[in-house]
Write a protein that binds this ligand. Structure first.
Ligand code: URA
Length: 184
């Protein structure tokens, strides 16, 4: 198996789909790679593309605040990555060709990290990793066991910025997540 650094270096020169033509940086991920908990977003936006780090814009600030409530931080005890590692132009959803071309980088990250819990942020991550019929409104906060890993989805922080009324149920889900993390 590749080492993490080998995987990261390979990924950073990826040209498997057309997104490499418009990217500034490949956004491989951030955090502690020996963490038990992995958070997965959709793909880099403008700020992330410029900085080469996931979730550094307004949604990232909200994500950090949400994580702090349950004692998590990208600097100490989780890892954060995305379904696609390069920014889709104008922040559109990554299409199937891009997702299919990119997903193996994430699978390899998961194989090396061996997280116990994966938290999908929003619809794109949840439909890619949990179930193609996943509905965040219906299924966020529920546990799904897949190949020995526990998966949960939360509303994407960008959605919570658009619709703050979804924050209370997200808070309940964060507490469920916290409890599970204490038990692993
Ligand atoms: N939204 C995402 O899904 N991922 C990022 O890295 C930033 C914003």
């Amino acid at each position: 198996m590749k080492t993490w650094n080998e995987l990261e270096n390979e990924c950073k020169s990826c040209t498997k789909c057309d997104l490499y033509k418009t990217r500034t940086n490949v956004v491989f991920g951030i955090g502690k790679k020996d963490s038990k908990v992995l958070f997965i977003g959709e793909g880099p936006g403008e700020n992330e593309d410029l900085k080469g780090e996931p979730f550094v814009g307004r949604a990232g600030k909200l994500l950090d605040d949400m994580l702090k409530i349950i004692g998590l931080s990208r600097y100490t005890n989780i890892y954060i990555a995305n379904i696609v590692k390069c920014r889709p132009p104008k922040n559109r959803d990554p299409n199937n060709i891009e997702r299919d071309a990119c997903i193996n980088w994430l699978h390899e990250q998961i194989s090396i990290m061996k997280p116990k819990i994966i938290v999908c942020l929003g619809r794109i991550a949840a439909t890619t990793l949990i179930d193609e019929d996943f509905k965040v409104t219906r299924d966020q906060g529920k546990w799904f066991d897949i190949n020995g890993i526990k998966y949960m989805a939360l509303y994407h922080p960008a959605m919570l910025l658009r619709d703050p009324h979804k924050k209370p149920e997200t808070f309940v889900s964060l507490k469920i997540l916290q409890k599970e993390i204490e038990n692993i």
